[in-house]
Design a protein around this ligand. Structure first.
Ligand SMILES: [Mg+2]
Length: 234
């Protein structure tokens, strides 16, 4: 890679915001908000938020007009100032009735996203609902959707996205000389590997995931933001 800029890219849930039982309750961490406000103003730094959330949802939670938003696992991309770079039509699928009944009876929550259906089980022991989640995975595969695993959530998503592909595209587009990425989940492993090869990969530890190779494991937001500040010499 050539050029002089550093691409500073962050996952959202679990990286810039503490995970909550209900994804609708998740809010940007205060120190993260301050870090974004400062880094998006810095010369030679390009900031990106990379998330599985819809772009509208993500931009409503993260007030960082100077950042790129890579949303819907790369299916939606907005440049600084909200400039539309990529969008694809919404997903329109329905669960078959047996699966719908099983999910309703199990107490699991289905979240309808712009490009995906997400099945959430945070707060419910996995063993209790494993057969229903397996049925959901099978339905997604049969429906030619991507199956994306998250922390206590699985998504059936319109194909064509991918955080790593989107991050690679952005790194090229902005001519990044160095890529720093922070994430906490399986869908971050691709971007983390790319960042480890081109800069630095920071992994937010949790009891739910084993860190991939090549990353710096951080135990708290405070530690993560300290390291990011070091990276950009704030
Ligand atoms: Mg996350």
């Amino acid at each position: 890679m050539t050029g002089g800029s550093t691409l500073l890219a962050f996952d959202f849930d679990g990286t810039l915001a503490p995970i909550r039982d209900n994804p609708a309750d998740v809010q940007l961490d205060r120190a993260a908000a301050a870090l974004l406000a400062e880094t998006t103003q810095m010369e030679g730094i390009v900031v990106a938020i990379v998330s599985g959330r819809d772009a509208d949802d993500l931009t409503a939670r993260v007030n960082a007009p100077g950042a790129y938003f890579i949303a819907s696992h790369g299916l939606e991309i907005r440049a600084p100032g909200g400039v539309l770079v990529r969008d694809v039509p919404p997903l329109s699928v329905e669960l078959h009735s047996e699966l719908g009944r099983e999910i309703a009876a199990s107490g699991l929550r289905v979240e309808t996203k712009k490009h995906a259906l997400a099945l959430h089980w945070r707060g419910v022991p996995y063993e209790a609902i494993a057969p229903v989640v397996e049925m959901f995975r099978s339905w997604a595969t049969e429906s030619h959707l991507d199956v994306i695993e998250g922390r206590c959530v699985v998504e059936a998503r319109r194909p064509g996205g991918g955080k790593e592909e989107a991050l690679r595209w952005l790194a090229r587009a902005v001519g990044a000389a160095r890529v720093v990425y922070a994430g906490d989940d399986i869908t971050d492993f691709g971007p983390l590997k790319f960042a480890a090869e081109n800069g630095r990969a920071l992994f937010v530890a949790s009891g739910e995931r084993v860190p991939p190779p090549g990353v710096t494991v951080v135990g708290s937001f405070r530690e993560l933001f300290r390291l990011i500040r070091e990276e950009v010499k704030l």
